[in-house]
Design a protein around this ligand. Structure first.
Ligand code: 13P
Length: 245
C-alpha cells in the first residue's frame, strides 16, 4: 500500500494573496497524507517559502531543454534551484492547447528527473475516445514513449489518470470507471516491468471534490488525487486531503 498523495494544480489561477492563504493554511494544518502544490511560475518561490517543508511545491510545466535561447521557457534546474521538487508533465491542457506530443512529454520527463524533480505524468482520454471504446489503447500509447525512454528510471515517476471529459466539467469518472483504468495502467506497467507496477503511485484527477474523494481514494489502484478547481478553496482541499489515508 502506498502513502497517499494529494496534488493541487492551480492552473492559471492565483495571486500573492491566494498563495499566502492556501500555503499558510496547509503549513498551519499539515495533512496526514503527502501533499504537493502546483502554483503558476510567478508564485513558486513564495509558495516554497510559505510551505516551510510541510508540503511539496512543484511547477505545472518545464522545458525539455537544459538551457539556451528558448524565450518564455523555464528549465528544470531553475525550478530545482528555487526549491521546487515536483513538476506536472503532459497535462491534457498542455497536450491540447500547446500541442505537446508523447515524444516531447517523454523528453520533459527525462529532463525533470535529471534535475532532481519528481514528475507527475498525466494521461487520459477525451470523451470522443471513450465513446469510441478506445480508452485503453489511448492510455497505452501515452505511456509507451515515456516507458521506453526512461526504462527502470520510470520508477521515479508518479502518474495521474485524468479523463479529459471529467476535467473542470463537474462530471467525475465514477469510482468504478476510474478504478478500471487505473488497474489497466498498472497492468501496462507490470507488462513492462513487474517492479514498476508495485512502485508507482497512480493519482486520479477530474472534478475531485470533498464529496467524491473518499469513494475514489478507497479504490485499490487509486493512490491519491490531482485536484484542480477544488484545490483553490482551502477548506475543501483540506477535506480532500483528509479523505486520503
Ligand atoms: P478539476 O479538478 O478542476 O476538474 O481539474 C482536474 C485537473 O485537470 C487537475 O490537473
Amino acid at each position: 500500500m502506498h502513502r497517499k498523495l494529494v496534488a493541487a494544480n492551480w492552473k492559471m489561477h492565483g495571486s500573492n494573496a491566494l498563495t499566502a492563504t492556501l500555503l499558510g493554511t496547509l503549513a498551519a494544518q499539515p495533512p496526514a497524507c503527502e501533499v504537493a502544490v502546483f502554483p503558476p511560475f510567478p508564485y513558486l518561490a513564495q509558495a516554497v517559502h510559505l510551505a516551510r517543508g510541510a508540503v511539496g511545491i512543484g511547477a505545472q510545466d518545464l522545458s525539455a531543454h537544459a538551457q539556451g535561447a528558448y524565450t518564455g521557457e523555464v528549465s528544470g534546474a531553475m525550478l530545482h534551484e528555487i526549491g521546487a521538487r515536483w513538476v506536472l508533465v503532459g497535462h491534457s491542457e498542455r497536450r491540447q492547447y500547446h500541442h505537446e506530443n508523447d515524444a516531447l512529454i517523454a523528453a520533459k520527463l527525462q529532463r525533470a528527473m535529471e534535475c532532481g524533480l519528481t514528475p507527475v505524468l498525466c494521461v487520459g482520454e477525451t470523451l470522443d475516445e471513450r465513446e469510441r471504446g478506445i480508452t485503453e489503447s489511448v492510455i497505452a500509447t501515452q505511456m509507451q514513449a515515456p516507458l521506453h525512454l526512461l526504462g527502470e528510471r520510470f520508477a521515479g515517476v508518479v502518474m495521474a489518470y485524468e479523463p479529459v471529459w471529467a476535467i473542470g466539467t463537474g462530471r467525475t469518472a465514477s469510482a468504478v470507471q476510474a478504478q478500471a483504468v487505473h488497474a489497466f495502467m498498472r497492468s501496462q506497467l507490470a507488462a513492462h516491468d513487474a517492479k514498476l507496477s508495485r512502485l508507482i503511485r497512480l493519482l486520479y484527477g477530474g472534478s475531485v471534490k470533498a464529496a467524491n474523494a473518499p469513494e475514489l481514494f478507497a479504490q485499490p489502484d487509486i493512490d491519491g488525487g490531482l485536484v484542480g478547481g477544488a484545490s483553490l478553496l482551502a477548506e475543501e482541499f483540506l477535506a480532500i486531503c483528509a479523505a486520503a489515508h
